[in-house]
Design a protein around this ligand. Sequence first.
Ligand code: 13P
Length: 254
Amino acid sequence: MEFPIVIGNWKMNLTPHESEIVAKKIVAGLPPQGVSAEVVLCPSFPSLEVVERVIAQSTISLGAQNFFWQESGSYTGEVSIKMLKEIGCGWSIIGHSERRIVLRENDDEINKKVKLALAYDIVPVICVGEKYEERQAGQKDFVIMKEVASALKGVDKFNRLVVAYEPVWVIGRGEAIDPEEAQSVATLIKYTLRDMYSHEVVDNKIKILYGGSVDDQNVSQFVDNELIQGVLVGGSSLKPETFLGIINKLTSKC
Ligand code: 13P
């Protein structure tokens, strides 16, 4: 059985000093030989280097929350994929709903970022999910299929990628969706991917995660290691005990 993936998205929380403390607590809580899960921490840009030093001797990987869709140049305030690669990022979240909504990131930019991440051998964690109004209007399936297809337009060669289903309306709510609904969306994502790639590619190279108010109490209901193979965690990843609890719950299932 493949290891489940547990990604902590710290968003715009924790200063570098606070990040160091939280990362140290997480490292200290894991056995030195590692766990039967792939654990990834995604701090904010200024905290990446300090977290990379803390996790260096552990099996935890470093991820970014975003980067710019051009490789380099006059883009004041932006961060390039090459910079992330050089400081040790192996993963990056792409197209999080907070970026799509607040920063108006569009499907075309997300698609360019996915291609750049793959070119730099960084695992893209592509976020998709419907807003509450879209759900109410019966557009959920359409939105998800469109977001998956446009993020992966023209993407044909890759070793690995991740699609994370995060229903926008449950992010940070403290109450996740019904696990059966998450499973049915994961099935929809899988069928959408099968329209684009062979079964072998979809089954072996793409993982589907769930995100949205995941904690150590509800995580086991979401990850079945078949359709949903991990979680993308926001608020609970800022609390070392809860984050470690999530990892423990998933690894005790393996
Ligand atoms: P919460 O776990 O705080 O709901 O956030 C989910 C999320 O947005 C992870 O990317």
